[in-house]
Design a protein around this ligand. Sequence first.
Ligand code: C2E
Ligand code: MG
Ligand code: MG
Length: 685
Amino acid sequence: MNSPIADLMESQLPMAEVRMDLGGFITHWNESAQAVFGYSTNEAVGQNILFLAPTGADGDDGSDADLGMPELHLGDGAPFIEVQRRTKTGDVIRIGLAMDVERGDDGMPESLVARFANLVKPLTTGQLHRLQARIVESSEQGILIVDGNERIVYVNRSFCRITGYRAHEAIGRTPDLLRSGQHDEDFRAQVRAAMSGQGPWSGEIIGKRRDGTFFPQSVTIGTVRDDEGQVTHAFSIFSDISEAKDYEKRIDRLRHFDELTGLPNDALFMQLLSQQCASVLRRKLQGALLLLGLDRVTAFREGMGDEAADELMRQVAHRLRATIRDEDTLARLRGDRLGLILPGMTRREEAARVAHKIEAALSDAIEVLGHSVRLQPRLGVALFPDDGAEATHLLRHAELARLRADSTGAPFLFFNPEMNHRVSQTLSIESGLRHALANQGLTLVYQPKASLRSGRISGAEALLRWVHPERGHIAPAEFVPVAEESGLILDLGQWVLEEAARQIRQWMDEGLTPPPIAINVSARQFDAGLPGRVSAALARQGLSPQALSVEITESLMVRGHDVVIPIMNDLVAHGIGIALDDFGTGYSSLAYLKRFPINTLKIDRSFVVGIPKGEHDCAIARAIVTMAKQLRQELVAEGVESVEQMAFLRELGCDHLQGYLFSQPLDAPTFAQWVREDRRLSLEQ
Ligand code: C2E
Ligand code: MG
Ligand code: MG
């Protein structure tokens, strides 16, 4: 068997021979010397032999003095010693050198002969074959040799390790032994052609192991010919690349799947959605896209850290996967959202049913690292092809529906075209608001609160008013959520703070003693900087902290108790009072109220409405008052419009009243007038 290794081993360099005179000046320079050192005869003859010394003119010394220009044993049959010499290219080579003296007839030395030879000892044919056999046998790559009849005549150790076959099981068989059936006829024909000598071939082949499992192999196929050029043998050298393939797969997974939940990610989801859209259109079917937002996961992440939030997300994914059908696609999308594709929906109701199922699946509390979390899923649903036949449209529409569900508190909403309209309206509100903020287009009005003991004004709430140049008066209920969503609320809130402080200062300068004024603070404003901002605004106007208080709502809690409570404590430490607004509409529980340094609870108007006739509302009002009493908090009833309501609340022990019964929100001069006149709420019935 011929092999490239053998070729290399046999190509020993003929000996380089250099003759010189007794002074070392070169007189003869043979071809081999030229091959070894790179200098032509012309360049070398006449030079002193020292020009081959490794320590050149650049002063670089030849590190090992013995290998430089050592004393040589002169004489016949002097052994080769290893020396270093520099070639024309500047490379320093290690080479064997034997020096001889040539003598004249008189026996006197006449010239010197230097012979340079590769020190590698040539192998005997027997040694060479044994060595080749060893290398082949112990190669890390599997090697298989077949004879001219395609019978396996040899396999090496790695072949056995990779395939699981013992040598005697393979020998005598054909390479079909490893056939996996994973390749088509064309591919197999190529491989067979290579085996029969039509050029070498390399590529990847799926092989089958003895135990039936498949393995990807990187293969090189070649042939061996005899002196007449006939193919006598073919060989295949292969390595098992399962691991590399696994790695490739892992990278592929990372590109397309969310590592945390194992669900498809945004990129793959969009691909799948496009495919589903196309397939649904082709088959004249319908499908649904559901987008699920889990704001609380985001809040949970802020409060409890990534590890806990990741665990929560994993559990959510697990629950949902168990809820839906196999053919439905569930994906984890950016921003703690999940996407769900339901192919083959024929009616809206079916999508609605799935939405309900999801809601139900997530309604039970989830235990995460010792915390019990109750999620409030908000779903947006878009149907295809009705709401869009393209993946990007559908996704946008489902997202609009989801956002709308989010802002209205509905568990799920179907997309409708009006939502698109809403978006443009939202944008117009946003830009209008920005303009108003920059051009004194906003004002504050003040709604007095009255004490239910004395009837006197006990405080006031500052409320924002905005008159749109075209649309006229726009209610805060419409623009505040837009400002919150766009982040504009931060500037807006700062304006309210500064304006209220400025107004209080102005009243005081006019000789008035205004009651404490409460301003509303949105969840987004409630960050660690808030206490500092309020204090600074008060300080700028030379006001004491008692002049102003803040109203917050329970929506704040999405930021996580651990974040919110320290900020509340800081506010109180700055002397700023906190009222909990719209009380009763959230998830108020005595357990958490106890942890909040709040001094006032405002019973939401929705409970006041049903008083005194609605049994349910009366029961809630009673419970809230009882709770507040236990917590020693001041109680304000909001939206009191009738004397009956007032009487009932007063009877319960409510402390203050705010509502049209006493007063609408008033502009600043009117409010000042009321304070000056010491207007009172009539407590008569
Ligand atoms: P809120 O803080 O609960 O304010 C009370 C709302 O109830 C006010 O509506 C007030 O005019 C109204 N109201 C008071 N008494 C009665 C009554 O007897 N009957 C009825 N039907 N309504 C009554 P308004 O001014 O439209 O404000 C609505 C909401 O907008 C506020 O609810 C508050 O959440 C938000 N808001 C108002 N101003 C601001 C502000 O400066 N900043 C922030 N972040 N939110 C604000
Ligand atoms: Mg309020
Ligand atoms: Mg309120």
